[in-house]
Design a binder for this molecule. Structure first.
Ligand SMILES: [Zn+2]
Length: 637
């Protein structure tokens, strides 16, 4: 193929630059040398080593009409080298302006130093063709290499200015799942970068990544919009062509290094050493209709790694190490299977599964371990949603009632009904009755004043408190209350309404962690008949990881169409328990309240009006010297 180079030089001297028919894979086989610095196998590039890279590389060739190539690949399968070969090809044979984007500017610098510079140095055809210009941009967020007829800019997805700098014909977006959702408030970095290519009708865009979280993975979204190609390889026994999938991998329980692949057709045992011939005979097959015929998408998991790289036995070993740890399992699924990972909680917090855990006790009754009850009220524009929850030692809890009171919260009717519900006696299994000690009502909606008014009027009689959720992570479940009722001088009214800030994110994490396990500390119980809508709302949110400036950040999110009031009510009912903790001794609280629910005979002996010394001793630590009316209500005197 040296003729191609001679020809090219001749064309170039003549002042025109044709897009030659040479493909990127042919170019790599002819010219590319793998640096001993960057690659595990130094020396001349051989596409036959990783035959699955030929398809993507050839789509990146000028002779292909494809404009957009999507690689959803496992890590260390050659996807970055695919991009590098393409860059080398462009610099050598199809010059034009290139933008190569890494997740961060620092990573772009590393790519430049550890991959691009060695590639240029050790590939004779490129050496002497490329130079780094003297001047750099002042902010130093771009790295520039110049070559005849073009330039290569390397930058990070975290630099908006570099992404929107100049028009480019070629765009290489590497590891797109690590890009921030929004770069410096200028929007999506991928869109920002793609806009640079608009002026070129013969543009090419390469997007690569290992996927991350289901629903948030950019590469998965791109792949789904593509023709979804998988690499089909023939079985050495029956010739059946199939894509390699994790469920085909088998191993001996006694010897986990003894690993093979079960052919989906003949169930024949395919060995690691069969892979070389299978890869060579493999072919990419589209499995979907692309939204645009100019887009192609390739999926490749690590089971395709050439013999001598990561073996099937290695992969099984990594799986066995990772499977008991969710974080490690997630990494394994992303980087080995090249599949997105369903969020930490959604897979477990399946509403049907929770509903199947319902127990046989009636609504508005409390099983024996319940010591006290709280309520949480969510205020919507046309209704109140209410959860009453009973609590026992160790914060094990029982749903006592869930309901919705329809009506306009601006009018008194819903509040009258709420009051009546909160005054309804809950029948305890031991014979006594109880009502919620604290009722936490959300004031964050459109009816803040009505909530304040209700809480002001029923602070003492119902234990009603106004709360306001804070979504920042790391807040305590309940913060110090703020007086919100002011007199005409703007001073706080002593007995006026108070507002408790609630760490909603913190509480959601606690509740979801508890919902995940069917037993153990803090277990959540539900009564039969609560209905599927409650569970749907309870499980409507999920904690996801968003990347901000390349750093992962956990956030709670729900689909905009989903209702989540039941979850909010549960958050508030739990917050109510924490309001109670502020007024009582946490170590004594279960005993104090459990004692009150003892059968009547005992209760008469220990009647509150003439409480004997023993009872007093029990209660003493729970009581603060200066009792407010509110505290009286809380502690039930
Ligand atoms: Zn077979």
């Amino acid at each position: 193929m040296q003729d191609g180079a001679v020809l090219y030089d001749q064309f170039y001297r003549e002042g025109w630059r044709p897009d030659p028919d040479l493909t990127v894979s042919q170019w790599a086989d002819t010219y590319r040398f793998l640096s001993s610095k960057g690659a595990s196998e130094a020396g001349p590039w051989r596409t036959s080593r990783t035959p699955y890279l030929k398809g993507p590389m050839d789509d990146l060739s000028p002779s292909s009409p494809v404009q957009r190539v999507v690689l959803m690949f496992a890590s260390q399968t050659g996807k970055t080298e695919t991009g590098n070969n393409w860059l080398g090809y462009i610099m050598h044979f199809a010059p034009g302006p290139i933008l190569a984007v890494q997740p961060t500017v620092d990573m772009a610098k590393r790519l430049s130093k550890q991959r691009i510079a060695p590639m240029i140095d050790e590939t004779p055809a490129l050496r002497g063709l490329v130079s780094a210009p003297r001047a750099r941009d002042a902010s130093n967020t771009m790295l520039v290499k110049e070559f005849r007829g073009g330039f290569l800019i390397m930058t990070g997805s975290n630099s908006a200015s570099a992404l929107s700098s100049m028009p480019v014909r070629y765009l290489f977006l590497d590891e797109v799942d690590r890009y921030p959702a929004d770069v410096e408030e200028e929007g999506d970095p991928v869109l920002l970068a793609e806009r640079r290519t608009n002026t070129f009708s013969r543009r090419k865009i390469l997007l690569t990544s290992t996927p991350t979280i289901k629903g948030l993975s950019r590469i998965e979204t791109e792949f789904k919009a593509s023709d979804q190609r998988f690499y089909f390889v023939p079985c050495p026994h029956c010739g059946h062509e199939q894509a390699l999938v994790w469920k085909g991998i088998k191993w001996q329980k006694e010897n986990t290094r003894d690993v093979w692949y079960d052919c989906e057709q003949c169930a024949g045992r395919i060995e690691e050493h069969h892979k070389t011939a299978m890869l060579a005979a493999g072919q990419w097959r589209a499995t979907a209709e692309a939204e645009s015929h100019k887009t192609v998408g390739y999926h490749l998991n690590a089971l395709y790694c050439p013999v001598g790289w990561r073996s099937w036995a290695d992969i099984v070993g990594e799986f066995l190490d990772a499977k008991s740890n969710r974080e490690r399992l997630k990494t394994w699924v992303n980087t080995v299977l090249a599949e997105s990972f369903d969020d930490e909680y959604t897979s477990v917090l399946d509403s049907d599964n929770l509903a199947s855990r319902c127990e046989f006790y009636d609504p508005m009754t409390a099983p024996e371990p319940v010591c006290l009850a709280t309520a949480g009220v969510d205020v919507q524009d046309d209704r109140l949603a209410v959860v009453i929850r009973g609590w026992g030692a160790g914060e094990q809890s029982w749903l006592i009632y869930h309901t919705e009171i329809y009506g306009d919260p601006a009018l008194s009717n819903v509040w009258v009904q709420l009051k009546s519900l909160l005054q309804s006696p809950i029948q305890h299994e031991l014979g006594a009755t109880l009502t919620p000690r604290i009722v936490a009502i959300d004031s964050g909606g459109h009816h803040t004043q009505q909530v304040y008014a209700f809480c002001r009027d029923h602070k003492r009689s119902l234990g009603a408190v106004a709360i306001k959720g804070q979504s920042q992570a790391g807040k305590s479940p309940v913060g110090r209350p703020v007086k919100v009722d002011l007199n005409y001088k703007g001073q706080a009214i002593k007995k006026g309404a108070e507002l408790y800030p609630v760490g909603s994110d913190t509480i959601k994490s606690t509740i979801y962690a508890r919902l995940k396990s069917a037993e153990g500390e803090g277990q959540y119980h539900f009564y039969h008949g609560v209905g599927p809508e409650y569970f749907k709302q309870l499980t409507s949110e999920r904690q996801i990881i968003r990347y901000r400036n390349g750093y992962p950040k956990k956030e709670w999110t729900k689909k905009s169409t989903d209702r989540n009031e039941a979850l909010d009510c549960e958050v508030y009912a739990y917050a109510a328990l924490h309001v109670l903790y502020m007024h009582a001794d946490r170590t004594q609280i279960w005993k104090v309240f459990a004692d009150r629910l003892q059968p009547k005979a005992e209760a008469t002996v220990a009647a509150p009006s003439s409480a004997p010394a023993t009872t007093k001793t029990t209660r003493a630590p729970a009581i603060h010297a200066r009792r407010s009316a509110f505290r009286d209500r809380v502690l039930g005197r």
